[in-house]
Design a protein around this ligand. Sequence first.
Ligand code: ATP
Ligand code: MG
Length: 230
Amino acid sequence: ITLKAPYEIDLKDVHYTYPKTDKEILHGLNLTIKNGEKLAILGRSGAGKSTLASLLRGDRTPDSGSITLNGISTDQFGNQIANYFSIINQNPYLFNTTIGNNLRLGNEDATDDQLWDVLRRVGLDQMVEKLPQGLETEVDEAGLRFSGGERHRLALARILLKDTPIVLLDEPTVGLDPITEQAVIDTFMTQLKGKTLIWITHHLQGIDQMDQVIFLEDGKIYMQGSPKEL
Ligand code: ATP
Ligand code: MG
């Protein structure tokens, strides 16, 4: 599957029930996400936000209705969806290998120059320069030697290397203090300019920088508009 810009995501009357359960979680969602749009998905715990994220990425198939990227069902892409979508979840995971290898998960052919470039873009170049072995420094204990904000920035650096047109962030700044959170949000916004950004969040910080906001409640969209309208 080869798609070209502009990339448009379209949801039509999407219903979803988890397998082996009888409780419908999403009850008929309609939504269009335009190329380059910044969309925030707000809603309380259990509202169905992460469920929607997995459907958007094609990991799950709606019971009825459709989710398409440029007219093709997202569940038809298989592994190729990774060419178009990248995701950061809360508590981004770092593997027990070097920083360079962690970043190259985004693009295994990236040169050291490219790694330094993305580190600079996320504001981590000076920190990594100070480490004993730079890019070759081992990330101990699944990244615990990095602070929350640093791990989020490394995850973003990985996504920048991957350079997909659509980025989905599922509560990517959970657990950060408000000042670090705002700094991470600002870096995301600047560095992902031009890309489609879907931002799932519990709270309102950073919302005014988005083009469209939807509130999900009990598996339905009950408010939708620009931040100014809401
Ligand atoms: P949070 O803000 O806490 O992350 P959320 O809005 O992301 O919440 P979801 O994780 O999408 O909510 O969950 C929506 C509903 O689906 C919840 O009632 C949850 O219990 C149920 N659910 C989530 N994952 C599964 C699963 N794998 N199997 C069955 N039910 C699930
Ligand atoms: Mg969730």
